[in-house]
Design a protein around this ligand. Structure first.
Ligand SMILES: Cc1ncc(C[n+]2csc(CCOP(=O)(O)OP(=O)(O)O)c2C)c(N)n1
Length: 366
């Protein structure tokens, strides 16, 4: 019997803005101007807030946090492609995307300072379809599939779940289980992998022998595409196609946004020990903010004066959030102990008391 080819696959790569921010007009996703400026505002806010958080951390005023400079297109543009009534399920490196969803910056500062208070979704909040930060890699993927499946079971015909994760998370079992379930149950999920090429110090080629993460979609029977993750138009276009398919009942998709983390993994590591400075320099030339600004200026809807005014306004916005963050001290540091058992064990209570004593806090034995 001859050997037959049962299937072959191809992986597409989409880029719409070139490295200098010039558009390929045949691929223009035709986003209305007010939406383009909204996206630009939040990419800029994210960059300013990220720099400020790094300073705060270095001054001992903020806990460990994952810097996201350079990835703004990869995590903001997907939010432009969904509606408020859709689910946003992130990990921890999508600051601007969370701000677009309405998360107050002050809450994110509390969360990155280690306080659960920052993750509490206000009751009756419009924001209730945005899940809190998830540090456990890939754990959020099955959550997104469950939310999308549940929405369909409840008769919501339109709702989609958008889930973001990193390249390292694609090696977790949860990634594979989530893609499989999403596909066999035909759930309306859009998986967006921010491939920033490093999982802490582990480079992509050591993470996976697949040439792309996008091609992993083939094994699960769903469309997969790699896009220039530093090009907001390409990210938007691919995610918005995937959202349309999901809304139409055509199931899940995987979008790989190929990007680069310009700073450290978190403030606890030193990237110069595992990355070549030349690589960082080359990626700096593909800065998504600069390319997008050039595009907006070419389009005639932006200029340097407006840019300066916006940066000033957003810096003030960040200052206000930092003031609110630093003046709030009504924390319950032992809150995590509340959520282990409905009736806490005596051992757990002993540990809670020890913890509070270490912090110099009073122990409430009532
Ligand atoms: C299940 C699990 N294992 C290990 C870790 C420790 N850890 C935190 S971030 C990280 C690397 C993640 O890389 P990637 O998924 O590419 O996302 P990135 O941090 O680059 O955005 C690891 C191993 C974790 N948080 N969760």
């Amino acid at each position: 019997m001859p050997i037959k080819t049962l299937d072959t696959f191809k992986v597409e790569y989409l880029s719409i803005l070139d490295k200098d921010g010039r558009i390929d007009s045949s691929l223009d996703p035709k986003i209305p101007d007010d939406r383009l400026l909204w996206l630009h505002r939040y990419m800029t806010l994210s960059r300013i807030a990220d720099a400020r958080m790094l300073n705060l951390q270095r001054q001992g005023r903020l806990g460990t946090f994952p810097a996201c400079t350079g990835q703004e297109a990869a995590f903001c543009a997907p939010v432009l492609a969904i509606k408020e009534s859709d689910w946003f399920v992130g990990s921890y490196r999508e600051l601007g995307g969370r701000l677009m969803r309405g998360d107050p910056l002050v809450n994110l500062l509390h969360a990155f300072n280690g306080f659960e208070d920052g993750s509490v979704v206000p009751e009756n909040s419009e924001n209730s379809r945005t899940l809190p930060i998830s540090i456990i890699l890939a754990s959020q993927l099955p959550h997104a599939v469950g939310l999308a499946y549940g929405s369909r079971m409840k008769g919501e015909k339109e709702t989609v779940a958008l889930v973001l994760f990193g390249d390292g998370a694609s090696s977790e079992g949860d990634f594979h289980e989530a893609l499989n379930f999403a596909s066999v149950l035909n759930t309306p999920v859009v998986f967006v992998c921010q491939n920033n090429q490093y999982a802490i110090s582990t480079p992509g080629h050591y993470q996976s022998r697949s040439a792309t993460i996008a091609q992993k979609a083939v094994a699960y029977g769903m469309p997969g595409i790699r896009v220039d993750g530093n090009d907001p138009l390409a990210v938007y276009s691919a995610v918005s196609d995937a959202v349309k398919r999901a809304r139409n009942g055509e199931g899940p998709s995987l979008v790989e946004a190929f990007t680069f983390r310009m700073l450290m993994h978190t403030t606890a590591d030193d990237p110069t020990r595992y990355r070549d400075e030349e690589e960082v320099k080359q990626w700096g030339k593909k800065d998504p903010l600069i390319r997008f600004k050039t595009y907006l200026i070419d389009k005639g809807i932006w200029d340097d004066e407006k840019q300066a005014a916006l940066e000033q306004e957003l810096t003030t916005e960040v200052d206000t959030a930092v003031k609110a963050f630093e003046s709030f001290n009504d924390f319950k540091p032992d809150a995590p102990f509340d959520h282990v058992f409905e009736t806490p064990s005596s051992l757990l209570e002993e540990q809670r008391n020890e913890f509070l004593k270490d912090l110099g806090r009073e122990v409430d034995n009532g």
